[in-house]
Design a protein around this ligand. Structure first.
Ligand SMILES: Cc1ncc(COP(=O)(O)O)c(C=O)c1O
Length: 431
């Protein structure tokens, strides 16, 4: 059976009663989640081949995946690992970030972009976003850096939110002036590009950051179940990333040469040393096989996502007046990777609340999500730093209006029309 077409995912929900939707055919239709993977026969065959081979992990498919990824993003080196959170943690470890250090990220991101600092004992600071784009505002970053008189900030972690490239060259110049590294979180942005000084750079393959982090969670562009990677131009950092991902084990540069080296001066075949504390953040060969197979289809899936986004833009401008529902602002000279399609909805103007709209859409077989609850409002961060409502007005203003509509390559034109029709009904019907 080909899994190319929609499967029965969410069928139970599709069978749910559709309050207020008059079209009886809607009841029969499939559930549209906010994001989902596409798994084809060739993916299954690729994984099966590995399952029948000698290597389920630590085998040859992992470097083969890393090479394909390097080629695609035009990176000098790519280091694969267990997931995007592990990739961020590894980036902190490779840079030697620890207690007494600080990092800056934005409140409008997934928890891991901030948590990675806490994993290594460093503290987190936030720079506000531009509410129109959801992206880190370089002016706010500049203010945060200026206030850091003791130069504790060691890393800036901007996020290519939703798949739109952040202003990386500008952010890098601010960070460098402060003596900080840049680790861009591209978990939403595999395949995104931007132009700078008449040259086009692909996210992860540009000289405007030190490391770039990716996730291969099923809702992302390349679905590997779980998976992550770090791209870098810096061979020393790549070496440290590889070591930390494998429990800190190293098979060269021994401190205890009398133990590590055989009489001929070569490394003893069994010997390894651990100089720094590492983790098991390895990827498996099955995941890598799935990744290689999915990377082949990435240009197709990015193209599909771009078309779906254009259609949404058109449908939204035809259906709603005066920016009452507004997609995020697109910045010039960029190729958006459209991991998410976020709209800003003036719920107050419609006299509805977001939960009611989401529940209505769910009943109509349409999944939505909110990306993201500002991280400074999470109880952990409130408690640690005393942050509160009002601290990052742009992120909070953005959050109050955010709703992510379904976005994945298998959506059809009719699906998109159905989403916008149902959204219109939800905003009217629950008034
Ligand atoms: C912006 C961002 N950073 C980091 C991560 C963490 O990736 P993973 O789920 O693979 O650990 C995610 C995942 O959703 C993300 O969206």
């Amino acid at each position: 059976m080909s899994l190319k077409t929609d499967t029965d995912f969410g069928q139970v929900l599709a069978e749910a009663t559709l309050n207020g939707v008059n079209d009886s055919h809607e009841r029969e239709r499939k559930f549209l989640p906010y994001g989902r993977q596409h798994v084809w026969d060739e993916d299954i065959q690729a994984v099966e081949t590995v399952l029948r081979s000698d290597w389920l992990t630590q085998g040859p498919t992992i470097p083969a995946f890393e090479k394909k990824l390097e080629e695609y993003i035009r990176a000098h080196q790519a280091v694969a690992c267990a997931n995007g959170t592990a990739a961020l943690h590894l980036a902190m470890l490779a840079l030697g970030v620890g207690e007494g250090d600080e990092i800056v990220t934005t409140p409008n991101t997934f928890l891991s972009s901030a948590n990675c600092a806490r994993f290594v004992g460093a503290e987190v600071r936030f720079a506000d976003i531009d509410a129109a784009t959801g992206l880190m505002d370089p002016a706010s970053l500049s203010d945060v850096l200026d206030s850091d008189h003791k130069k504790k900030i060691k890393v800036v972690i901007p996020v290519h939110f939703a798949g739109q490239p952040v202003e990386l060259p500008k952010i890098q110049s601010l960070a460098k002036a402060h003596g900080a590294w840049v680790v861009d979180d591209a978990c939403h942005a595999l395949g995104a590009e931007y132009e700078y000084e008449k040259q086009t750079y692909r996210v992860g393959g540009s000289p405007h950051s030190d490391m770039t982090v990716f996730s291969f969670h099923p809702v992302k562009h390349v679905a590997m179940g779980e998976g992550g990677a770090i791209a870098t131009y810096n061979s020393d950092l790549a070496g440290r990333l590889r070591c930390f991902r494998n429990n800190g084990m190293q098979k060269e540069d021994f401190v205890y040469q009398e133990m590590g080296l055989a009489p001929d001066g070569k490394a003893n075949p069994w010997y390894y040393e651990m100089h720094e504390l590492g983790f098991n953040y390895r990827l498996t060969d099955m995941q890598a096989a799935l990744g290689i197979s999915q990377l082949w289809r990435l240009p197709w899936s990015l193209e599909r996502r771009g078309r779906i986004a254009s259609l949404y833009h058109q449908l939204i401008s035809d259906s709603f007046e005066n920016d009452a529902v507004r997609p995020l602002t697109l910045l010039p000279n960029r190729k958006h990777a459209y991991h998410l399609f976020v709209v800003q909805i003036d719920f107050e103007r419609f006299g509805v609340n977001r939960a009611a709209v989401m529940n209505y859409l769910k009943e109509a077989g349409i999944g939505t999500q909110v990306h993201y609850i500002p991280i400074h409002l999470q109880p952990y961060y409130r408690k640690r730093y005393g942050t509160a409502l009002g601290d990052f007005p742009q992120a909070e203003q953005y959050y109050a209006k955010a709703l992510s509509l379904p976005m994945y390559p298998d959506l059809t034109e009719a699906d998109c029309q159905r989403v916008i029709r149902a959204l219109k009904a939800a905003l009217g019907a629950t008034a």
